[in-house]
Design a protein around this ligand. Structure first.
Ligand SMILES: [Zn+2]
Length: 377
């Protein structure tokens, strides 16, 4: 990861690069900040900058063999520790440690270095459990740091989420962190430093990350999703300096667009009593995932409610935006006192049936037919 690929944080990048150039790299650094502000990307960029023999004043070169290995997260002098737990394959008697999951880690971080803790657990398939950094992991760390660096000047141990380290593991590592072997660096990356065992925390030098600057986040979203500037800025503002939150917002917006499209097709064909389109619609709907079906039904329920309010209050609907508002305006005249309760009830019943694992095809066919009957009332 290059410094230039880390979103914003320009002052910190400059300071960190300077410590390397001046040969005063702190041997144990604690990168910390809220989720999504880029603590892990920054630690990775610093590691790459340290290992790159062709670095410039601002950044690593990005093309030498060392940079290449860093970008693939396979540099032999960079080690990773992450919270893990037992899975179907790596059962607890195998004493799960990060090395068991290195392939998944490389894939996840290459895909998104702003990976969140929950996303990592999802990748591991342990969403319902918390990961931890165990004493077995501590033993591995000690073992690895016994070797001299293979290729680079320094060995770097990146410990992601040290707040998940238990006391036993921390005790094993204390001495090593206090008097590390020559040319050894510890980069701890945390989003909750108060939960790090105090004796470990006090042996590190903090590198505090603030939320990403709004301009930098806006620019990133513009580049990544080709959004117009105003839209990217709106999202960046709502994400409050967290790239992870911005990605969540983009995802949920995409889902809302899909829901809108599906709702519009349903309502148009219901009004024109287009039986064939209604049947096709219901068949498609039956194939969506459960979560998507549920979220669509909730969305539709909201649209009916808003359309009715719109109808009665002649236009003052605050929750609807752009295309949705245009549709609600057109759709509003068809939602009236005679059918609003019925329409609302159709969707509400469907939500209940879905929760009881009702047959999706019957459920959506029924919903389409009943909507067609009521919409003309
Ligand atoms: Zn390089």
């Amino acid at each position: 990861m290059l410094f230039q690929s880390v979103i914003g944080q320009s002052e910190l990048k400059r300071q960190l690069a300077q410590t390397v150039r001046e040969g005063r790299i702190a041997h144990a650094q604690l990168f910390w900040g809220d989720e999504g502000c880029g603590a892990l990307p920054l630690a990775l960029a610093l590691a790459q900058y340290i290992h790159c023999p062709n670095r410039t004043e601002e950044d690593a070169c990005g093309v030498c063999p060392a940079c290449n290995k860093m970008q693939k997260l396979i540099h032999p002098d960079v080690h990773f520790v992450t919270p893990v737990n037992s899975t179907k394959e790596i059962t607890s008697d195998k004493k799960p440690v990060t090395d068991h999951f290195l392939a998944q880690w490389r894939e996840a971080v290459s895909g998104n270095p702003y990976l969140t803790e929950q996303e990592w657990y999802k990748t591991l398939g342990i969403e319902n459990k918390q990961g931890n950094i165990s004493v077995h992991e501590a033993s591995r760390i000690i073992e690895k740091l016994n070797y001299k660096p293979f290729e680079a000047e320094y060995k770097i141990m990146i410990i992601w989420l040290p707040e998940r380290m238990n006391k036993e593991a921390a005790n094993r590592l204390l001495k090593l962190m206090e008097e590390p072997p020559d040319k050894t660096l510890f980069f701890l990356v945390s989003r909750d430093i108060m939960r790090i065992i105090a004796t470990i925390r006090s042996r590190t030098q903090p590198v505090r990350l603030l939320p990403i600057e709004e301009d930098a986040l806006t620019q990133k979203l513009q580049e990544q999703f080709a959004f117009p500037e105003a839209h990217a800025r709106k999202l960046a503002h709502a994400a409050a300096g967290s790239y992870s939150e911005a990605l969540r917002l983009v995802q949920s917006e995409k889902e809302t667009d899909e829901h809108f499209e599906r709702f519009a097709v349903l309502m148009r064909s219901a009004y024109s009593v287009d039986g064939l389109t209604l049947m096709t619609w219901a068949e498609d709907a039956a194939k969506w995932g459960r979560e998507q079906q549920k979220s669509f039904l909730l969305y539709a329920e909201r649209m009916i409610r808003e359309s009715f309010t719109f109808n009665r209050q002649a236009g003052d609907v605050v929750y609807l935006l752009g295309e949705e508002e245009t549709f609600a305006k057109k759709f509003a005249p068809y939602v009236n006192e005679r059918n609003v309760a019925g329409l609302y009830n159709i969707f509400n019943t469907a939500i209940a049936h879905l929760a009881q694992n009702g047959n999706a095809k019957i459920l959506f066919t029924d919903l389409a037919m009943q909507t067609a009957r009521l919409i003309r009332a």
